[in-house]
Design a protein around this ligand. Structure first.
Ligand code: SF4
Length: 336
């Protein structure tokens, strides 16, 4: 049965990774695109591939270089997984082309394994993520997901799917991005509307805002002889990245009011990650005695870094922007 999904897909402007067959390139795409917008992917994926074009190049890189290249993409564990996988594959070779073998790699779930196998090896495996599930459920008019739904769905597209699973899986992703989206269904433009049980019938609820946890963070950027005091995160989200240390709110206010040192409030910045939204209040202080900041912060995992060194270190993105604000402030100060 012809539902025109592939014809519709072929008429779209191709994304840069449309014809990739290299398992490495597809694995990078899969791990990077998780929780990342298409606009960001279009910018960052080619840069990554230029820097680390193969498992071999990635395996050779230092962890710090990998984190630096990932900076701003969030969910940094994915960069670590890619790095670990590259090292493992350089030692053991590529896994055999089965879901079980590919799932044994770090960060590769059922969906990513299916995407890699269908695209790199042309295996007829449907890659089902939350968006594809949504399309299938709407198409079949179901309100609950059942494992058999995928099979039923494929009976409408069997020829297309078996002949070209790589394009079929990509076509479904694009359909979920452009036509049958979470919030809106553009049924009039939908290439599979003919047999869809929900066409023109959906009443999509208004945006269900995720419960966001908002928190204020008071941070102290100490500088001494043109070096900056940064801390390396030793566990949890952002592990092995650098950030500006946090201090208690009352100490932050005391320092700001004390006027003992050269204290400047930098631009307040927001930092979003998972369900959190931090508001960062950065206080920049030029210290005249290096021990003062060490005593205030009582941190062990810290470094004094020059602006050149900071460029080479991976920083959480909001902290990178604050560093840029600080360096701009420093340049202005040096002019006078
Ligand atoms: S016809 Fe409408 S509801 Fe059905 S798959 Fe297409 S966009 Fe989604």
């Amino acid at each position: 049965m012809n539902n025109n999904l592939l014809q519709w897909f072929n008429r779209l402007d191709p994304l840069p990774w449309r014809w990739d067959k290299d398992p490495y390139a597809i694995m990078v795409l899969e791990l990077m695109s998780h929780q990342t917008t298409l606009a960001v992917m279009l910018k960052r994926y080619p840069l990554w591939m230029e820097k680390f074009p193969s498992f071999e190049a990635l395996a050779r890189a230092s962890e710090e270089a990998v984190f630096l290249a990932w900076e701003g993409l969030g969910y940094y564990r994915r960069a670590l997984y890619l790095h670990k996988n590259a090292k493992k594959i350089m030692l053991d070779g590529l896994p055999v082309p089965t879901i079980v073998a590919w799932r044994s790699l770090w960060g590769v779930g059922e969906y990513s394994a299916a995407a890699i196998l269908s695209r790199a090896y042309d295996l007829p495996i449907l890659a089902i993520d939350v968006n594809v599930k949504r399309i299938i459920m709407r198409f079949l008019g179901k309100s609950f997901w059942d494992k058999k739904d995928a099979e039923t769905f494929l009976t409408y597209f069997h020829g297309d799917f078996v002949q070209n699973p790589a394009d079929f899986n990509q076509a479904l992703i694009r359909l979920g991005q452009l036509i049958c989206t979470k919030r809106v269904s553009y049924c009039r433009d939908c290439p599979i509307a003919h047999h869809c049980a929900s066409k023109y019938m959906l009443r999509l609820e208004s945006k269900n805002k995720k419960d966001i946890i908002r928190q204020d963070r008071y941070i102290l950027l100490g500088t001494f002889e043109d070096k900056f005091f940064l801390e390396k995160i030793d566990s949890g989200i952002g592990k092995d990245f650098y950030r500006i240390p946090e201090i208690q709110e009352n100490i932050w206010h005391e320092l700001r009011a004390s006027q003992l040192d050269d204290a400047t409030l930098l631009k307040v910045r927001k930092h979003h990650y998972t369900k959190y939204q931090d508001t960062l209040y950065p206080l920049l202080i030029v210290f005249t005695d290096e021990d003062d900041i060490v005593n205030i912060l009582q941190k062990e995992n810290f470094s004094w870094l020059s602006k050149e060194e900071i460029k080479e270190k991976p920083l959480l993105s909001a902290y990178r922007r604050i560093m840029e604000d600080a360096l701009a402030w420093q340049e202005r100060r040096d002019l006078f």
